[in-house]
Write a protein that binds this ligand. Structure first.
Ligand SMILES: Cc1cc2nc3c(=O)[nH]c(=O)nc-3n(C[C@H](O)[C@H](O)[C@H](O)COP(=O)(O)O)c2cc1C
Length: 405
């Protein structure tokens, strides 16, 4: 997998208030295994000294076009040729304008003009500077020229008010760069393929403040979405409410009830190559949702439930090219129920987990599953983190799909 490990990253730091955060960015890049060299503009050196970046990157910092340290090479060309990824972070409005117009009047702009490697630009500035039509025109030019823009975040600015223009967190910048490397890697087994993943426990509303749900945390589905993305897939995560952060590089569709999850799935099913139904979808819902909070009664309150549509069965019936993976969470007769599910739902694979076992299933960080596929012996994946289980499930699915092809 082509990721940041061992990659030559040239980090260009320009003169914004966020320049100090670039020091954390160097550390984050190195933590991911990248080899980092830093360029500072004259503006950047007003905010943070080259000594800091030299100590962190273990390499002299490039600052001056005409200070040629090695007599047998031209420094900005040597750096440009060495670079596998150029990252301008933080990028000032000024440096963005220079790059958009091909100006080369200092070390940073000259080396960037000479660099053919993929370029990432993380702008950070005052919201009015960001929204200025000149800046927006320059950003559009950079996009048209094939540079990747890492959008500034919205939040509290150094000026003391909120707006768009904040420098994203170093972890976010590294995740965006990594994700772009994944998207561009045609050797990955799921490159360019659409994978739908459902996650979380659906919420079936009773009234404006109450709903029926289950113990699903969404961790297994989110781990599967991340694992599929790392294999190059274009992943859409259709998620019931969870407490988890959205995985990087994954399109996210927020749903709540089984009905909204069904609609989101059916709208995308025809274009999907693989569908992984890891959500815990409610079997029942209330036939009506009270407009106002249901009042306390003097006697018992009777709740009538109606059956939800069986989404997995519906997808199984409509299946043509899709590889369909369902989950079976049971507390008894696990393999019998899972085997029935595999056949009756026309799924290609059922991942069965005994949610009554310790450290398995709902809300745990670990899982242990048995994979059932038609005409194949059950495969057991012993207790491991949900990340590892997710990778193993996808490996099994890819192997089976290869056999079917
Ligand atoms: C205190 C201070 C903070 C600044 N912060 C920013 C900023 O966050 N973003 C930006 O684009 N410019 C900022 N500027 C303006 C740039 O420093 C100025 O445009 C400079 O010429 C940029 O040079 P460079 O692009 O070569 O680094 C700031 C200036 C000062 C004095």
């Amino acid at each position: 997998m082509v990721l940041l490990a061992k990659k030559h990253v040239a980090l260009y730091v320009s003169g914004g208030i966020a320049a100090y955060k670039a020091a954390y960015l160097v550390r984050e890049l190195i933590r991911h295994g990248a080899e980092v060299r830093v360029v500072e503009t004259a503006g950047a050196q007003e905010f943070i000294t080259p000594l800091t970046f030299q100590a962190l990157s273990k390499h002299a910092v490039y600052t001056d076009r005409f200070a040629q340290l090695a007599p047998d090479e031209v420094a900005h060309i040597e750096l440009a040729d060495w670079t596998e990824i150029a990252l301008v972070a933080p990028a000032t409005a000024d440096l963005i304008a220079k790059v958009a117009n091909g100006i080369a009047d200092d070390f940073a702009s000259t080396a960037l003009l000479a660099t053919t490697a993929p370029k990432f630009v993380a702008p950070a500035m005052n919201v009015h500077m960001w929204e200025n039509p000149a800046t927006q025109r320059n950003i559009n030019t950079l996009k048209a020229d094939g540079l990747h823009i890492i959008e500034p975040a919205t939040g509290f600015l150094a000026e003391g008010y909120s707006g768009k223009g904040r420098f994203p967190e170093p972890e976010e910048i590294v995740a965006t760069v990594n994700d772009q490397l994944i998207a561009a890697d045609t050797s990955l087994p799921l490159h360019g393929q659409s994978v739908l993943v459902t996650a979380g426990g659906t919420r079936e509303r009773l009234d404006p403040v109450r709903y029926l749900t289950n113990n699903s945390s969404g961790k297994m589905g989110y781990a599967l979405a991340t694992a599929a993305r790392k294999l190059g897939a274009k992943v859409t995560l259709i998620s019931a409410p969870t407490a988890l952060p959205q995985p990087a590089g994954v399109a996210y569709v927020a749903v709540d009830s089984a009905a909204t999850m069904r609609t989101a799935l059916l709208a995308r099913y025809a274009d999907a190559q693989m569908v992984i139904m890891a959500a815990a979808v409610a079997d029942f819902r209330s036939p009506t949702v009270a407009a106002n909070k249901i009042k306390k009664t003097a006697t018992d309150y009777q709740l009538t439930l109606t059956k939800n549509p069986d989404i997995l069965a519906e997808l199984g019936q409509q299946k043509h090219h899709q590889f369909l993976i369902g989950f079976a969470a049971e507390t008894q007769n696990l393999l019998t129920y899972a085997q029935q599910k595999l056949t009756s739902k026309h799924a290609d694979m059922i991942v069965a987990n005994d949610v009554s076992s310790p450290q398995v299933g709902f809300d745990h960080d670990t899982n242990a599953v048995t994979i059932l596929q038609s005409n194949q012996a059950p495969q057991q994946l012993p207790l491991a983190s949900k990340e590892v289980i997710a990778q193993q499930i996808l490996q099994v699915a890819l192997a089976t799909r290869k056999l079917q092809a």
